[in-house]
Design a protein around this ligand. Structure first.
Ligand SMILES: NC(=O)c1ccc[n+]([C@@H]2O[C@H](COP(=O)([O-])OP(=O)(O)OC[C@H]3O[C@@H](n4cnc5c(N)ncnc54)[C@H](OP(=O)(O)O)[C@@H]3O)[C@@H](O)[C@H]2O)c1
Length: 239
């Protein structure tokens, strides 16, 4: 299914911006969350283009209740219900190769504030709008770095722990929200050339966004609580 209403957080750049462009090209009405819309030049340019879909930019900082509440009000003035919420905003606050002894512990706080608490905040405040859609879905953008069973190296302490926590949050929310008809899944976007993925990543943002757009259109109740890859396959990334 395509052409419904979707909110993408962290839409100022990277995978979020490419996903907004892809979904809009497919005819979706996209609400694009950015914490500083005036600085999001690529997003402003995308929203200004004529296309099959619509892009409405919302000011949305996932760390702030006040900001997310204002974004909910703004969204409610533009759409009747929300078919899909994509919790994409994320941070990688460390270098990645720190030792346990050299790691600034504040990096844990930042990673958890955005990658975990931010997802809980945005999802719970958007529940009323999700509840007005026929088959609402919440797509949490996770990472291979959150996979506990495949973890062998000593890299990415804070980011990895936060994405594992996001996976547990996904399972917990999926169990609570399933009886209300809201399907929650975690999806990996692949290793993608962005600020987080770095220049050595094999995938472009457009390639990742194309697969993610197809997957979020296909997610159904039977996927609730699953950890999917960007093509929507279960088990490709182990928990
Ligand atoms: N790239 C990869 O290889 C890869 C692999 C696995 C998972 N992921 C996940 O994919 C998602 C997107 O990452 P990316 O690779 O596209 O990274 P990116 O280019 O660094 O983009 C991160 C996005 O998150 C936004 N953001 C950060 N803090 C925010 C906040 N407090 N409120 C709202 N937005 C906030 C940023 O907005 P500003 O412009 O305002 O900073 C930016 O739009 C993340 O969840 C990441 O963990 C990426």
């Amino acid at each position: 299914m395509s052409g419904g209403t979707v909110l993408v957080t962290g839409a100022s750049r990277g995978i979020g911006l490419a996903l907004v462009c892809e979904l809009s090209a497919q005819g979706w009405h996209v609400l694009a969350g950015a914490r500083d819309p005036a600085a999001a030049h690529g997003l402003q340019a995308a929203a200004g283009k004529e296309g099959p879909g619509t892009i409405d930019i919302l000011r949305l900082d996932v760390r702030s209740d006040e900001s997310v509440r204002a974004a909910v009000d703004e969204a409610a003035s533009r759409v009747r219900g929300l078919d899909v919420l994509v919790n994409n905003a994320g941070v990688f606050p460390e270098e990645g190769n720190e030792s346990l002894e050299s790691l600034p512990l504040e990096c844990f706080e930042e990673a958890f504030a955005v990658n975990v608490v931010g997802v809980a905040r945005v999802t719970r405040l958007f529940l009323p709008l999700l509840g007005r859609a026929a088959h609402p879905r919440v797509i949490n953008i996770s990472s291979l770095a959150g996979s506990i069973s495949s973890k062998e190296d000593s890299l990415n302490y804070c980011y990895g722990a936060s994405k594992s926590a996001l996976n547990m949050l996904t399972r917990t929310m999926a169990a609570e929200l399933r009886p209300r008809g809201i399907t929650v899944v975690a999806v990996t976007p692949g290793w993608v050339k962005t600020e987080i993925g770095g220049p050595r990543a094999p995938l472009s943002v457009e390639e990742s966004a194309r697969s993610l757009a197809a997957t979020l259109g296909r997610v159904s109740e039977k996927d609730a609580g699953q950890f999917l890859d960007r093509e929507g396959k279960k088990g490709a990334t182990p928990w």
